[in-house]
Design a protein around this ligand. Structure first.
Ligand SMILES: Nc1nc2c(ncn2[C@@H]2O[C@H](COP(=O)(O)OP(=O)(O)OP(=O)(O)O)[C@@H](O)[C@H]2O)c(=O)[nH]1
Ligand SMILES: [Zn+2]
Length: 294
């Protein structure tokens, strides 16, 4: 076997995986199903021809973002993400239930989470200010930005440094607009990747990793907004509400559902104001709404 080299999977192309090695792109195949390699994976590869390689090994990941696949299973989209930036806006109006979902997934997947209110050029209602203050009190970083006017973008740029981030959020909140500000030469970069991989131009990818000019990497994955809660169990959902954690294990009964159960420590914390009632009510709603794992 030829020498093994380390590389970084930067794009998942239909015909293979674009691996970056010393600034060059190599189109790699894998022995396993291609689906198992995710963008952001550090891999060991060997040469298989000019500009061609074969992925021999995926190096250990510290995090993995999954997304539902057509067959009802999930598949890896992006690996080694440090922070998920949850993008939302006043228009279309944010949904706290959805924000809680994203946060619960992050808490269970070892991603740090940050909240990004885009379109901060639009007026914030008092209710919105209150909703945001609840998340800030829980320790989630909050950035108020506008891709349109440039407001707050320097702070967000700084936050993206020294780590791998991904943007997620519902349709229309401005994920593409923000991505275009940070990666103005996105199309050129995609064309370079596909040209180096000898695939011609305009190859579409499920996810692409970009190095930002100011430092840090951003994984762009258009479909990532749909990653769901289906893989969480009821107890993982409770763990996903970080303020519940000090009370988990302190309920009177081991199998407490944290609903109307007698001696529930979480419910007691809601009643004495330690846990925000709005978050607890949404926890109950999500439990009901989502087909959780058992
Ligand atoms: N007022 C205002 N509008 C913005 C801002 N950023 C984006 N928009 C507008 O919001 C709309 C949606 O922006 P996109 O960037 O396409 O949103 P997206 O999240 O990528 O949407 P999907 O591709 O559907 O997921 C566009 O009409 C943008 O011009 C902003 O900071 N302020
Ligand atoms: Zn309980």
């Amino acid at each position: 076997m030829s020498e093994l080299k380390e590389g970084l999977a930067v794009a998942h192309l239909g015909q293979g995986i674009a691996v970056e090695h010393r600034g060059q792109i190599v189109l790699c195949q894998t022995l396993r199903k291609l689906d198992t390699v995710a963008v952001g994976d550090k891999v060991l590869w060997s040469e298989a021809g000019p500009g061609q390689g074969r992925i021999e090994q995926i190096l250990p990941r510290h995090s993995l973002l999954m997304r539902p696949a057509r067959n009802g299973k999930t598949r890896p989209v992006a690996a080694n993400i440090d922070t998920v930036m949850v993008i939302f806006a006043m228009e279309p109006h944010y949904d706290c239930l959805l924000i809680d979902q994203y946060l619960a997934i992050c808490e269970n997947s070892k991603f740090k989470a940050a909240l990004v209110l885009n379109k901060a050029d639009l007026a914030l209602t008092e209710e919105a200010e209150h909703d945001l203050s609840v998340y800030v009190a829980l320790g989630y970083p909050l950035f108020k930005v506008s891709a349109k006017t440039g407001l707050g973008m320097d702070q967000l740029k700084q936050a993206l440094q020294h780590q791998v981030s991904i943007f997620t959020g519902q349709s229309g909140v401005g994920k593409s607009s923000l991505t275009n500000v940070f990666i103005p030469d996105k199309d050129i970069k995609i064309n370079t990747i596909s040209a180096s991989a000898k695939l011609g131009r305009h190859t579409t990818t499920a996810a692409t990793l970009y190095h930002l000019k100011e430092g840090g990497d951003l994984i762009d994955s258009p479909g990532v907004a749909i990653f769901g809660l289906a893989d969480l169990s009821a107890s993982e959902l409770a763990y996903g509400y970080r303020e519940f954690r000090p009370f988990i294990g302190h309920c009177q009964f081991n199998d407490c559902r944290h609903e109307q159960d007698k001696g529930c420590a979480i419910r007691a914390a809601v009643e004495n104001g330690t846990i925000a009632a709005s978050r607890y009510q949404r926890f109950l709603k999500l439990k009901e709404k989502i087909p959780l794992k058992h």
